[in-house]
Design a protein around this ligand. Structure first.
Ligand code: PFF
Length: 453
């Protein structure tokens, strides 16, 4: 195999921190707790754990193997592992997916960045416990022509600087600082939340199994969430796999990442729901929970509310940042491999492109909301949201796992998983079965029901 791509993380810890950084994001702290409660708490959690450890981890291992074996970024990775060059198109599709996810992600990350300031400055606290005023404040902010755009730019510039510093000095070092900080922040919030009166109600909502709420829709949501949360299906983990040291144990690393990602999602739920229920609020979904309900919860905590609210929005921004960094890195590294440009130029180019799209999506919520797409008259933001949830990730995941299970030579997979015969791979038969049959079938179901739904 080619060794043209020599960049690596310095250690297994570096890989784990960077990949956990990619995996832990808005999906864990914002989305997971809400859908877990909505679809039956403990009942959803059981299904989610099965999906995340059986299918999500299988996809992650597949991407790591493809990346480390080929030592390439997605387009060339698929081409290096199979003589038919057309497989490169799958890599391209993954990159297009990463690009759209990044552009949309920048809008939401910008909101969280702005809300750190809204919190520190006391603007949120000044709204008191007037639910209408808090929701209005968010509506005015998100539809404003300037403020969310400035926030997108600030957030993107920070990501750009990290990418420009390189894989070890930038991504790895930043992840090694931000990930422990994130754990600390979430733990502080958990302690606060659990010590509020009636905290038990929130824990019940989150953990008590209610199988009557676990509908087919909930099962599909669990699978979609498992894949999104682990950042698989768009080639990012192929790029990180190509940076993996040769003696790293792919199986163990993937299990660690999956476990950390899941644990942080659960902790986020513990930090949020006991507090929400303790204040007597209804758990909301989407932006409503984070930007309309939680500020009210913090304002109910008295003087210390400002501190906890700032910690919370900082936590969200930190989580979003390491995820956005991984998406930007995937795009940057690919261009770096295909064109005669250096890392700085490549990073700046994708920074400009993704923030330009991010700004456009942001404006489509406010001043450009009259510009719509298709018969359904979706705004640009809603259109990209649909693309990013229903179409692109399941398609890419499906083809990637198909390539891995049915096209890539099995000898290469075994050689890579065993580190050229050094490691025992007792799990292989189960893993192979999941990769060839269970994962493609599950993804096909998700895709078809998503399109028809
Ligand atoms: N896993 C991230 C989250 O849970 O928010 C989102 C994400 C990051 C998806 C990177 C895909 C990706 F390549």
């Amino acid at each position: 195999m080619s060794t043209s791509n020599k960049t690596t993380f310095s250690s297994t810890l570096g890989v784990i921190m960077a990949a956990v950084g990619s995996a832990v994001g808005l999906g864990n702290i914002w989305r997971f707790p809400y859908i877990c409660g909505k679809y039956g708490g403990g009942a959803f959690l059981i299904v989610y754990l099965c999906f995340v450890f059986l299918l999500g981890a299988t996809l992650m291992m597949s991407e790591f193997v493809i990346g480390r074996r080929s030592q390439h970024t997605p387009i060339k990775a698929f081409q290096a592992l199979h003589p038919k060059k057309a497989w490169g198109l799958l890599g391209l599709l993954g990159l297009i997916t990463s690009f759209f996810i990044l552009s949309q992600y920048l809008v939401l990350s910008g909101w969280t960045t702005d809300y750190i300031w809204e919190s520190i400055s006391g603007n949120l606290a000044a709204l008191g416990s007037d639910a209408g005023a808090i929701s209005n404040y968010f509506a005015q902010f998100s539809t404003n022509a300037l403020r969310p755009v400035i926030a997108v730019v600030i957030f993107s510039v920070i990501c750009l600087v990290v990418i420009m510093c390189g894989v070890q000095k930038g991504i790895e070092n930043v992840s090694k600082v931000l990930m422990p900080l994130l754990v600390l922040l979430v733990l502080v919030l958990c302690v606060r939340s659990l010590t509020l009166p009636n905290a038990g109600k929130g824990l019940e909502y989150l953990f008590l199994p209610d199988f009557s709420k676990l509908t087919g829709e909930g099962v599909l949501a669990a699978l979609g969430q498992a894949l999104f949360s682990l950042s698989v299906g768009m080639g990012v983990m192929i790029v990180y796999g190509s940076y993996m040291p040769v003696n790293d144990n792919v199986f163990k690393t993937a299990m660690w990442i999956t476990a950390c990602d899941t644990l942080i999602a659960i902790l986020a739920g513990v930090a949020i729901f006991p507090a929400v229920f303790s204040c007597g609020f209804d758990p909301a979904g989407g932006p409503g929970l984070v930007f309309c309900v939680l500020p009210n919860v913090f304002n109910n905590m008295g003087g210390a509310g400002i501190v906890f609210s700032t910690i919370f929005f900082l936590l969200l921004a930190v989580a979003a940042m390491t995820s956005a960094i991984s998406l930007l890195e995937s795009l940057t590294a690919t261009l770096l491999e295909h064109a005669k440009v250096n890392r700085q130029v490549s990073a700046v180019l994708f920074f400009l492109l993704s923030s330009a799209f991010g700004i456009l999506f942001s404006l489509s919520i406010g001043p450009l909301s009259n510009v719509t797409i298709g018969h359904a008259h979706l705004t640009m933001f809603d259109f990209v949201d649909k693309l990013n949830s229903i179409y692109l990730p399941p398609i890419c995941s499906l083809f990637t796992i198909f390539f891995f299970g049915w096209v890539m030579p099995e000898a290469d997979i075994k050689d890579e998983l065993s580190n050229h015969g050094v490691l025992k791979i007792g799990y292989y038969k189960v893993f192979r079965f999941l990769a060839r049959y269970v994962a493609p079938l599950a993804l096909l179901v998700v895709l078809i029901t998503g399109i028809m739904g």
